[in-house]
Design a protein around this ligand. Structure first.
Ligand code: GAL
Length: 819
């Protein structure tokens, strides 16, 4: 039976070039250097049999070391110096590297490109020699080269595709000594995207031990053919024989209590055999975002007596279709309440563990999101697993519309790995490719879509296009997709183009694949270009407020206020719904500013997952549990006043009525409006409160209180995962009120845990960053804490020495905020 070993701990890491080991050799297994055991490590630098020794002795005239060096071409005296850090994976080396102000790095987050080396040794028990052994990397950013035991295994180019090597014969077992794994990652050869992509081994590394006759994981495919009282499903699988004799196996498929038997099959030595069969599931429980029911399927192969191998996958039963009227799930028209996302997070870059992935998705659910576009790259397995469970429809995106052989190989692998996921409904083939709508683009799209359709029979193929005022006129190009996606259809030029397509091709299925790109900085109610801050009420730097901006200014690309986006979707239901750009801010692409901007501010949550005000706008539109939110904060210095010296107050709610109070004086009750409710009031320090009513009854309220200076910090666990806690730190004044503009520098001490990273959501590099201490931004910061087994982490937060009022502002609390 198969087994797995994680290789995530005890790595050594070196940032910067050390002189790459060679990739070709004069004698097998003879690269040596850091790719093989070093002095003090258990095993020979180069494994030398009898004949080899004779040969080496000859060339070195008795000096074995010199002979080895001549043979290997590598320095055999390599050492792991103190410069090599001790790290665990997932790891993103860019997080700890200082920011640099360089225009060419602005889009990728102002972190310099570099080369990094990772080295790990591991031992394998002698009994494992009986297996096929596969070394698996879930993600290395980018241009990875891998060596094992003095042998170069190969390269993987893209940072968005997992890859693996069969190391069955190359691995060392028992007293053969340790295995030495060396990985070189190189981000200097060109970015893959125009956003922060991270650097290094940012996902898990594993060894898979397979029996000599096994199920090929990627071949196992379960798909929905028809749904009704019973569902008709298809099943495909391939079995591999790595022995030197023909093997007869009997496959069976298990879904719940149900078992489907296949005829016995014989697999010739070093060959594989594929099977397929339809089967029924009686009274199926369908997968929907509201009821994300998952089935588990196991394909098992039996030899003469016993079970030789088995592989399991979860899947969902659902039918997806799309026509000129929009999206249909299980036959019902269904509104997509979607977001587009990159994959990074505060404090950890792209090295997100499963807990952080789940935290992000739970935040989206809280906002009412039911769809996720993995823009503009393949979604990770962790993300897809989580979307399956939480009921979030996925649009998985091909990185780029190219048909070079390696891209097609990557695509094939990703289609096979993704197609069983219940949450997968759409594949996006391209995003705003400049070759879109051309003959060249058509040839590439044709090849890509044909490949995908040969591997995946149920998911819909979409493109995400930017339109010109004429729309897409090349019918050939358009004909490659089940659905033509339009980015920013709510915007001028794109809207004009869309009208033309709709008029010329009324039957064409169309989808809104990207929307809004609306800027806002969390907790900020005043534009400040120097600090790269934009007002949550609507920024003068936004592309949608005319007058201040012209085409060609940095950051042009956004299109509409959130209210306008959802209006457009309501008026044009055939567009399927929306995919807001973006839910979370991400590092890089610091539109609409240049340096010191280091991150985007398109999100309705910042990079830490702290909500901005418009999070609640979407929540008011997309959820039903009574909610109300009032903006802005109620501290004068941070507010924008109109000519009459008054200030706007805006409220989002899904209830019937809302009533605003300033210091208990009612400012009037209003019916909940189409978009939001708004009052223009005098600023009087104290309390700004809103009460929301349903059927005349007060049901929820929200308030902001004018705060004084910060004297203390509260900590609150906002997510408690299997291995990780996310802890919000918030400044409070002497009366316990949240201080909305606090930016104190903090010292953090942790017991029963360790700090994986910190963040504060500031989209700009701030003066305070130089002090290298964590500081609050708009009153908040985030701690990402790795838990220690069975103990609750305890956090101590104090103002950092030399910053603020030392001695006066200190607090000790456990992770629940208790002193
Ligand atoms: C879109 C693009 C996104 C992002 C966005 C910013 O056109 O697809 O990747 O750059 O603009 O507004």
């Amino acid at each position: 039976m198969r087994n797995e070993m994680k290789l995530n701990d005890d790595w050594r890491f070196h940032l910067g070039e050390i002189g790459s080991p060679v990739k070709t050799v004069k004698k097998a297994g003879a690269i040596g250097g850091l790719t093989a055991p070093l002095k003090g490590e258990d095993g020979e630098q180069i494994t030398i049999g009898q004949g080899g020794k004779h040969f080496l002795n000859l060339i070195s005239q008795g000096d074995l070391k010199r002979g080895l060096r001549m043979l290997a071409g590598t320095d055999m005296d390599s050492e792991l110096t103190e410069e090599w850090d001790r790290i665990a994976i997932p790891h993103d080396w860019s997080v700890a590297v200082p920011y640099v102000d360089a225009p060419e790095l602005l889009m990728s987050g102002s972190k310099p490109e570099n080369i990094g080396y990772y080295r790990k040794t591991f031992s394998l028990d002698a009994t494992l020699e009986a297996n096929q052994i596969v070394l698996k990397f879930d993600g290395v950013m980018r241009m990875a080269s891998v060596w094992l035991n003095g042998i170069y295994l190969g390269d993987n180019i893209s940072g968005y595709t997992p890859f693996e090597f069969d190391i069955t014969e190359i691995a060392k077992f028992g007293d053969e000594g340790v295995n030495v794994l060396l990985v070189r990652a190189d981000t200097t050869t060109g970015a893959e995207g125009w956003w922060y992509e991270g650097a290094g081994i940012y996902k898990e590394v594993r060894l898979q031990f397979l029996p000599k006759v096994y199920v090929d994981d990627d071949s196992f495919y379960i798909y929905t053919k028809e749904i009704g009282e019973n569902a008709v499903l298809g099943c495909e699988a391939t079995f591999v024989n790595c022995t030197d004799k023909p093997q007869t196996v009997r496959p069976t498929l298990h879904v719940g209590d149900q078992q489907v038997a296949f005829d016995g099959i014989t697999i010739e030595p070093l060959h594989s055999v594929s099977i397929n069969k339809d089967f029924l599931i009686y009274q199926p429980r369908l997968w929907t975002p509201e009821t994300p029911h998952l089935y588990e399927a196991t394909i098992r192969i039996y030899g003469e007596q016993q079970n030789i191998d088995e592989f399991s996958t979860t899947f969902g039963i659902r039918k997806i279709s799309y026509d000129k009227n929009g999206f249909f799930l299980n036959g019902s028209n269904y509104l997509l309440k979607g977001v587009c996302e990159h994959q990074d997070f505060a404090g950890v870059g792209v090295a997100l563990n499963k807990d952080i992935v789940e935290f992000k998705l739970l935040k989206l659910k809280e906002m009412g999101v039911n769809a996720y576009r993995s823009a503009h790259h393949f979604a990770s397995k962790d993300l897809l697993d989580c979307c399956d469970r939480l009921g979030i429809i996925v649009m998985n995106e091909n990185r780029i519309l190219e048909t070079s052989p390696w891209r097609l190989r990557d695509l094939e692998k990703m289609v096979k790995r993704t197609r069983n996921h219940a949450s997968l409904c759409f594949w996006s083939i391209a995003n705003e490719e400049v070759i879109g709508n051309t003959k060249l683009g058509h040839r590439m799209a044709k090849r890509v879509t044909a490949l995908m359709q040969s591997l995946d029979y149920e998911h819909l193929l979409v493109s995400a296009e930017l339109l010109n005022p004429e729309g897409i006129v090349d019918q050939e190009y358009m004909s490659n997709f089940d659905v033509v996606g339009v980015n920013y259809p709510e915007a001028g030029v794109m809207g004009e183009g869309l009208k033309k397509i709709k008029a010329n091709y009324p039957e064409q299925p169309l989808m809104s694949t990207e929307n809004a790109s609306y800027f806002s900085t969390r907790g900020i109610y005043k534009d400040n270009a120097e600090k790269c801050q934009t007002n949550n009420f609507g920024s003068l730097y936004s592309m949608v407020l005319p007058g201040k901006r012209k085409l060609g200014d940095p950051g042009v690309g956004g299109t509409a206020r959130p209210e306008e986006v959802l209006d457009f979707i309501e008026q044009n239901p055939y567009m399927g719904g929306s995919f807001i750009w973006t839910a979370f801010d991400y590092a890089g692409e610091p539109a609409p500013f240049g340096w010191p901007g280091i991150g985007s501010q398109f999100g309705v949550l910042d990079t830490c997952g702290f909500e901005k005000d418009y999070f609640y706008y979407y929540q008011s539109k997309w959820t039903e549990t009574p909610m109300v939110h009032v903006m802005p904060h109620w501290n004068k210095e941070g507010l924008t006043f109109n000519e009459d010296g008054k200030v706007e107050v805006r409220v989002f709610s899904n209830c019937d009525e809302v009533e605003l109070f300033v210091n208990d004086d009612s400012q009037g009750k209003q019916s909940v409006g189409e978009h939001h409710n708004s009052w223009v009031v005098d600023f009087i320090p104290g309390e700004l409160k809103v009460i929301a009513y349903s059927k005349g009854e007060a049901v929820v309220s929200d308030a902001r209180v004018t705060a004084k200076e910060a004297v203390d910090f509260l900590t609150e666990v906002i997510y408690d995962g299997e291995t990780t806690q996310l802890i919000k730190v918030e400044a409070i004044d002497g009366a316990g009120n949240v201080v909305p503009m606090a930016n104190n520098a903090l010292d953090i001490a942790i017991k029963n845990g360790s700090l994986l990273g910190t963040g504060n959501g500031n989209p700009a590099y701030a003066e305070e960053d130089k002090e290298n201490a964590l500081h609050l931004f708009s009153g908040k910061a985030l701690l990402i804490v790795k838990k220690e087994a069975a103990a609750v982490p305890k956090i101590k937060v104090a103002v950092a020495e030399g910053c603020g009022k030392e001695g006066q502002l200190s607090a000790v609390s456990d992770s629940k905020g208790n002193p």
